[in-house]
Design a protein around this ligand. Structure first.
Ligand code: EPZ
Length: 422
């Protein structure tokens, strides 16, 4: 096992180039199950979760080649398996994204129940209910979802009780090859969902309402789609994380290869905290604050403040003057980073899903801490950048799931970071 050793309080400056979005790449890789041709995908982040899904697609019978670290050509025409086994699904719950495409293309599939994870129970009941409304017969047996639709899925009107990102993505893909038209009401409209819709539209799918909470998809009656090649959109959460690195160190940093409008909620919160933001069409520069002000944050679906940025802003709030409040509305247990921040000297109290952070600028001290989930780990990295002395972050496999070349990007802007054997 490896851990990350970070020496705090180094001056940070320079540029960070953002990678492709993991949460766009995962549904898009799954969507190639709907393709009749080989598809070349660019700006693919070289992170563990992407390689896990590629391994699953290969186990099902797909083949792919990496033309470079961030470009692959994938062909799923030879898929002969429709079972996503526990050993791979347990390592990444987003494997559930093969359920919709496999079922709509083959009329049957078995996908291991993903189980919960550190941030919550994370059920998939809304995915399954929607598929049943489209005519699927779903049986949960032996920890697996057994799904059949012998005559293909039927178009239906789906109203999601809660906005679910991968639930929306699964049903968009299921509807693509269904018989008839599917309406999805209360669909997620995150940029990652939008790109999935755009790629499917470019492949010839008739889809209306892209970017809204209401989608209408005319299924092709099991006719596979002719995909165009595409590049993955930039990762707005990675970009937000590095903007928080600039903010917590209260220094100027330039973040490039991004779509600034995907970060509007994050940028407005940074401005509320006293930072200035310069932006052009593909980059954002954060300028230091005279004093870092406290902030109130409520996480919600896009375009509101993203839950995936909550932990990072909690670390930042430890440097603010005054008391900040964070209300985590999406997940029931997304405060695993609090205990570790407390060990570094932060002053945080929890009341249900509300965290109160009393700023203690420049008071964090380095120590041994443990990563628990992807975004909690990034909060610990941010805290370590401003803590006095040395911080060792253990279980950094969590970080490797979603942050490409983390050490290299941090060292390039002046941080002192080293990956060490336990
Ligand atoms: C996606 O997860 C992201 N993952 C998550 O990012 C992100 O935190 C989340 O959306 C919210 O934005 C990917 O895109 C691969 P949800 P997802 O379904 O789709 C409840 C990261 O750090 N729910 O939108 O699994 C659920 O429990 C990851 O990159 C049901 O009750 O999240 C949660 O409370 C972490 N039943 C809420 O809805 C269901 O069937 C939102 O979950 C599905 C969801």
């Amino acid at each position: 096992m490896k851990y990350l050793k970070i020496i705090g309080q180094k001056k940070l400056s320079g540029d960070v180039k953002i990678s492709g979005a993991k949460n766009a790449a995962l549904p898009l890789l799954a969507s190639t199950i709907l393709a009749k041709n080989s598809v070349t995908i660019g700006n693919l982040p070289n992170v563990v979760d992407i390689n896990t899904l590629l391994k699953l697609l290969e186990m099902l019978g797909s083949s792919y080649s990496k033309t470079d670290n961030n470009t692959i050509e994938i062909n799923t025409s030879k898929i002969h398996e429709t079972k996503a086994t526990y050993d791979i699904v347990k390592t990444m719950r987003a494997s559930i994204l093969v359920l919709g495409p496999l079922l709509t293309r083959f009329g049957h599939c078995e996908v291991s129940l993903p189980g919960g994870c550190a941030i919550g129970q994370r059920p998939v009941d809304l995915h399954l209910k929607a598929l049943e409304q489209m005519g699927a017969v779903i049986e949960i047996k032996g920890g697996y979802i057994h799904a059949t639709a012998p005559n293909g899925l039927q178009g239906a009107t789906i109203v999601f009780d809660k906005i679910t990102v991968t639930g929306s993505e699964n049903i968009i893909m299921a509807a693509a090859l269904a018989n008839g038209t599917t309406k999805i009401i209360n669909a997620a409209k995150e940029p990652e969902v939008v790109q999935l819709c755009e790629v499917l539209k470019a492949a010839g799918l008739h889809i209306k309402g892209i970017g809204t909470n209401e989608l209408e998809i005319v299924g092709t009656k099991q006719e596979l789609l002719e995909f165009k090649n595409f590049d993955i959109i930039p990762d707005r959460i990675e970009a937000g994380t590095y903007l928080c690195a600039a903010a917590i160190a209260n220094t100027r940093l330039n973040i490039t290869h991004i779509i600034p409008m995907h970060l509007d909620a994050v940028l407005s919160k940074l401005e509320e905290m006293g930072f200035s933001i310069l932006k052009d069409e593909t980059s954002v520069t954060l300028l230091p604050a005279h004093t870092i002000k406290s902030v109130k944050i409520v996480t919600t679906e896009y375009p509101g403040f993203p839950t995936d940025m909550q932990a990072q802003f909690m670390a930042l709030a430890t440097q603010a003057n005054g008391v900040s409040i964070i209300d985590e509305k999406l997940f029931e247990n997304r405060y695993m980073h609090v205990n570790e921040l407390l060990r570094m000297g932060a002053d945080i109290t929890l009341q249900g899903h509300t965290a109160t952070i009393t700023g203690t600028p420049n008071a964090l001290t380095g120590t041994d801490v443990m990563a628990t989930d992807l975004r909690a780990s990034s909060a610990l990295v941010l805290a370590a950048l401003v803590a006095s002395g040395e911080t060792n972050i253990h279980r950094i496999y969590h970080l490797d799931r979603g942050y490409e070349n983390l050490e290299e990007k941090l060292m390039a802007i002046g941080a002192v970071v080293k990956r060490v054997d336990e």
